[in-house]
Design a protein around this ligand. Structure first.
Ligand code: PLP
Length: 376
């Protein structure tokens, strides 16, 4: 919850059974990755997404990597991802030895431009990984059309999109499998954590196998391992928080949507600002409320506005830098040539406003008033 003089960019809202469940895990000694909260959280969150399986892991980046491994993505493969995303999306592909291939952002929704995907598909394309950026779902119908006829898998990076919907179906149920993050700023949090969700029994099994050092799933442990696996397990303590959060996921979603719509209403009329537009047939859950400053119309640069807001106790954060600009990815051998004008515009002019579920309506009105007053 924000104080009158400081508005954090995002702080968690722990308004349900979090403390009680964590205390119970402590009291019973189930603090590692065995314990009832892990299985209950997996079941409850998968149900929330409308799919059969949930595989809890230690963070969203691990969830992405595990999902790619489960799909069999490896060296020599390519995975099409948006240029405008967090580095985790691209890095997870690199961990497998495959290469991420970038697609520019759509000017309106800021998601990957579905019209630019086809040109990036090659015989090496194993998967498309759309990211529902800032909680705004991608046009999954267009992507399914491109992928299904070619036998290409789709993996949703749903790290930012708990409860988002496209065509009435929840994020996590819109493709072969999906990866969520439960970092402290997410709409549903475990502090640190992640989950792969899927309807596919084989993919779920693969995830369970690789997540736990490739211990056999059905046979006694001999400590002989057939494959190289990972320790991506989530602890029962984190899962206790996650179960409590999922019980109130609809409430948190409603808060984020209410805040997002209010920001949009108040900022829309201010000249020189560009806001994210909703995907048609989608339900945006407004993980983060971002805006881009067009200095020639607003009268100040993004940096000036961020500095003025900071002086008033309003914390903000720069948008991601595009993947084609990442030195690490260039060194890894990714093709970083080509133009990504929309991604560059977002990275060069965009920042987030305070967006946590605990914000009060008065906080949002105050912040928007400041932004209006700072215009020259
Ligand atoms: C789009 C996207 N993908 C992946 C991740 C990685 O999640 P985590 O920080 O839990 O590893 C994030 C984190 O915010 C994200 O925004």
């Amino acid at each position: 919850m924000s104080s009158p003089s400081f508005f954090p960019v995002c702080s968690p809202l722990l308004a349900g059974n979090e403390s009680a469940y964590v205390a119970e895990a402590m009291r019973t000694g189930w603090i590692s990755s065995s314990g009832k909260y892990v299985t209950e959280f997996e079941k409850t969150f998968a149900e929330y997404c409308g799919v059969k399986h949930g595989i809890a892991v230690c963070n969203g980046t691990a969830a992405l990597h595990l999902a790619l491994v489960a799909l069999g993505v490896g060296p020599g493969d390519e995975v099409v991802i948006p240029d405008f995303t967090m580095a985790s999306s691209a890095f997870a592909v690199c961990y497998t030895g495959a290469k991420p291939v970038f697609v520019d952002a759509d000017r309106a929704t800021w998601n990957l431009d579905v019209n630019a995907v086809e040109a990036k598909i090659t015989p090496r394309t194993k998967a498309i990984m759309p990211v529902h950026i800032f909680g705004n779902p991608c046009d999954m119908a267009a992507l399914q059309k491109l992928a299904s006829s070619r036998g290409i898998a789709i993996l949703e990076d749903a790290a930012e999109a708990h409860g988002a919907e496209f065509s009435g179906k929840k994020a996590g149920s819109l493709s072969d499998l999906a990866a969520f993050s439960f970092f402290a700023n997410k709409n549903v949090t475990t502090g640190e954590g992640g989950m792969v969700v899927t309807d596919d029994d084989t993919l779920a099994r693969n995830c369970r196998y690789y997540k736990n050092i490739c211990f056999p799933l059905d046979a006694p442990r001999t400590y002989l391992h057939e494959h190289i696996g990972f320790n991506y397990r989530m602890s029962n303590l984190h899962a206790a928080i996650g179960l409590a959060q999922t019980e109130k996921a609809d409430y948190y979603r409603e808060l984020r949507i209410r805040h997002g719509l209010l920001y949009r209403e108040l900022l829309y009329e201010i000249p020189g600002l560009t806001l994210q537009q909703d995907q048609a047939d989608g339900l945006n859950v407004f993980w983060m409320n971002g805006l881009c400053v067009r200095p020639e119309e607003y009268g100040r640069t993004r940096e000036e506005l961020m500095t003025l807001l900071a002086a008033e106790g309003v914390e903000t954060r720069l948008f991601f830098n595009g993947m084609h600009r990442q030195p690490a990815l260039r060194q890894f051998g990714c093709d970083c040539s080509g133009a990504y004008p929309v991604s560059d515009f977002l990275a060069g002019n965009g920042f987030y406003l305070p967006s946590g579920s605990g914000l009060a309506e008065a906080d949002i009105r105050h912040i928007c008033k400041l932004i209006n007053n700072f215009r020259r």
